[in-house]
Ligand binder design. Structure first.
Ligand code: WT7
Length: 657
């Protein structure tokens, strides 16, 4: 690291004097320095990224070729001859230097139930767990599924898997057993890691039971490693299920990390697209880690001694990159928060920030909207160590941005609205804290190595200059971009690289204003964003069809004050079924069961028929307009096979209001 801020005790004891001072300056000195470095990253990416990769990571074998392949051919690869290990970079090198430094600040669901883990302890735990996995027969390149709540063992599991060269495939512990089953099968996982139960917001979650249900249809899973979180009685399948605490105590606390090639897979993470089943997005070791470390350092301005708190779940990409990899690669403390922002009350985040002297906080606007609405009397905290406030996952409205800056950050901390995706691996359009001037609602300027293009979706041509609107694409490969979709490279090419040849297509609409700042408008495909969770309308429709009463369904995302977007479903049912609230409830349950509770429709409209063109295509645009109360702006409906359905749908929608 370039700057060396004064070392503050990681967790100050009550009697200690708090000697904290903000680091005197960010890693990047000025907007001009950003611009110079940015130009270098675009004109001479080999030089820029070669330097970053050597500075930020420890390589077991150096690389010679920084970059190869092209977006046209979909064969981008980085740091080719290099070898490294993710867990070594996240743990060993810090543990050797300073074993007593805090790595994980575990804030349990119940305040005061938590504990800290130092880098020395983390190394020992990771090694023991790595041994356990080896004993279970996990080999280099095998995928291991993680279905865990937000506890330190989730991070230990990530790192133990990478230590032996295996590939983690984390499934958010809010997904249903059906979703878990599909992901375990697709990645051919032989081992699943879970807990007896989870605890969140004072409620218990039956993780082991969900795993058991999922595995009924996964005959290839040999072992389930179960961490005892609550001590509940859970059924155990003899031979298959093993207790974490009983297994780890059998093994020594050091095992050498497996040297991995830079392009070896690091993890799979399933994400929804506009069509088909969820895609297993694949990230590789060298490039992904460089992106995580570089954005941690420059976007969040992480310095030694910082305590970084990302409120995202490890089940999503935000948790992968910013709960686990970025802070640990940079050797700082990461807060692992098991609970919710509303438990035991709406002060929980601020209590955590105050208690642990958090320096960077990162969360989705949906949580901020909830907390803003709860009232400022919950935010009485000084939080004087806060330097950076991050926002992620959905557009942040200007008034929420201002509240974050003024009420949470006391106009001292910098707000960074970070735009990125599961597929980009790390932040791609974002301010650098303390460097980039911000405009509430704009993700501002591209990160190093990102060359954005605004494309006219009709002509497919790039639109040059400022003050333009279109869809967002990137013109150059960057180290942390996804390399493929597991088992379906063609799908990867078709979704991201063949839409506009020579570009990576994000799926988002965006504007570039008169000063070259980017404004993300939201998805242009059938992906809805509920509380920062990415859902596919096609997937929810497929879930609804599984119900025997459903003939057809159409799902749309509608604006929602709290969750950003909400799922609304229109369902045409088969003759002979009664339309009542019980059926509506069953349909919602159906989605909870096939995908997970977070995908459940907020409203279900049972209609006689859906608006379809003569060729059978469902006109979701009309449904969106009706929900928005814009019945007078439906446009031309004469192309519908039966235009009279429109009035019937309007009647149903009105009745529901
Ligand atoms: C989609 C990606 C990346 C972590 C969380 C979501 C939307 C993301 C922003 C932002 C406006 C944003 C986009 C993107 N999105 N960040 N700062 N402003 N929209 O990851 O599930 O892969 O979803 O989230 O629509 O395409 P994801």
């Amino acid at each position: 690291m370039t700057a060396s801020p004064p070392k503050a005790p990681v967790v100050a004891e009550a009697h200690e004097v708090d000697t904290f001072q903000h680091p005197s300056k960010p890693h990047i000195g000025s907007l001009q320095e950003y611009e110079t470095l940015y130009q270098e990253s675009i004109q001479e990416p080999e030089k820029f990224w070669g330097r970053q990769a050597r500075e930020l990571l420890t390589w077991q074998r150096d690389f010679q070729t920084v970059k190869s392949g092209s977006l046209e051919n979909g064969d981008c690869a980085w740091f080719l001859e290099g070898q490294l290990n993710a867990s070594y970079n996240c743990v060993d090198r810090h543990a050797f230097k300073d074993p007593n430094r805090v790595a994980i600040i575990y804030e349990a669901d119940e305040p005061n139930d938590g504990r800290n883990l130092t880098y020395g302890e983390l190394l020992r735990e990771v090694c023991k767990t790595a041994y356990v996995l080896k004993q279970m027969g996990v080999k280099k390149g095998d995928a291991v599924a993680i279905y865990l709540p937000m506890i330190p063992e989730a991070l230990i599991a990530f790192l133990a898997i990478t230590r032996i060269g295996a590939v983690h495939s984390v499934v958010f512990a809010g997904f249903s057993s059906d979703s878990l089953r599909d992901r375990v099968i697709d990645a051919e996982c032989k081992v699943v890691i879970t807990t007896d139960e989870g605890k969140r917001g004072g409620k218990l979650i039956g993780t082991k039971k969900i795993v058991d249900d999922a595995l009924k249809q996964c005959p290839d899973v040999r072992h389930v490693l179960v961490y005892k979180r609550t001590g509940a009685e859970v059924p155990f399948t003899k031979g298959r299920d093993l207790w974490w605490h009983e297994e780890v105590e059998k093994w020594p606390s050091y095992i050498a990390p497996e040297p991995m090639n830079s392009e070896d897979p690091l993890f799979l993470l399933y994400t929804s697209g506009s069509t088909g089943k969820p895609k297993g997005v694949m990230h590789t070791t060298g490039g992904y880690l460089v992106g995580a470390a570089a954005t941690g350092k420059y976007v969040f301005d992480i310095h030694e001694g910082d305590r970084y708190f990302c409120g995202g779940d490890v089940g999503w990409i935000t948790g992968h990159t910013y709960v686990v990899y970025a802070p640990l690669l940079l050797g700082v403390a990461t807060v692992v928060f098991e609970g919710t922002p509303a438990y035991p009350n709406f002060s929980r985040y601020w209590d955590i920030i105050e208690k642990h002297k958090v320096t960077q906080f990162y969360v989705a606007p949906t949580a901020l909207r909830l907390l803003k609405r709860a009232g400022d009397h919950y935010v009485k905290h000084e939080m004087k160590h806060l330097r950076v406030l991050g926002s992620v996952g959905e557009p942040i409205a200007a008034e929420v941005w201002k509240w974050y800056f003024e009420t949470v950050g006391k106009e001292e901390a910098q707000v960074v609205d970070t735009y990125w995706q599961t597929e980009t691996g790390s932040n791609v359009i974002t301010p650098l804290a303390g460097v980039t001037p911000t405009k509430p609602g704009s993700a501002s300027l591209p990160f190093f190595g990102i060359e954005p293009a605004i494309i006219d979706p009709v002509s497919g041509d790039e639109i040059a200059g400022n003050d333009v609107e279109g869809v967002l694409a990137f013109k150059q490969a960057w180290p942390s971009m996804a390399r493929t979709v597991w088992g379906s490279h063609k799908r990867y090419l078709d979704t991201y690289l063949n839409v506009y040849k020579g570009y990576y297509f994000t799926g988002d609409g965006a504007g570039r204003d008169h000063e070259g700042f980017y404004w993300i408008r939201g998805r242009v495909d059938d992906v809805v964003n509920v509380s920062g969770h990415r859902l596919s309308t096609a997937e929810i429709e497929a879930a609804l069809i599984e119900h025997p009463a459903v003939a057809e369904s159409a799902v749309v995302g509608v604006h929602d004050e709290l969750t950003g977007q909400a799922v609304n479903a229109f369902v045409a049912i088969k003759d002979g079924n009664e339309v009542n609230d019980a059926l509506r409830k069953e349909l919602i349950l159906q989605v909870r069961k096939s995908i997970g509770p977070f995908a459940a429709p907020k409203a279900v409209f049972i209609v006689p028929d859906l608006p379809k063109t003569r060729s059978g295509k469902i006109m979701r645009r009309i449904l969106r307009k009706i929900l928005a109360g814009e019945e007078d702006q439906l446009g031309d409906i004469t192309t519908l096979s039966d235009p009279s359905v429109v009035d019937k749908i309007i009647a149903v929608a009105h009745e529901a209001k």
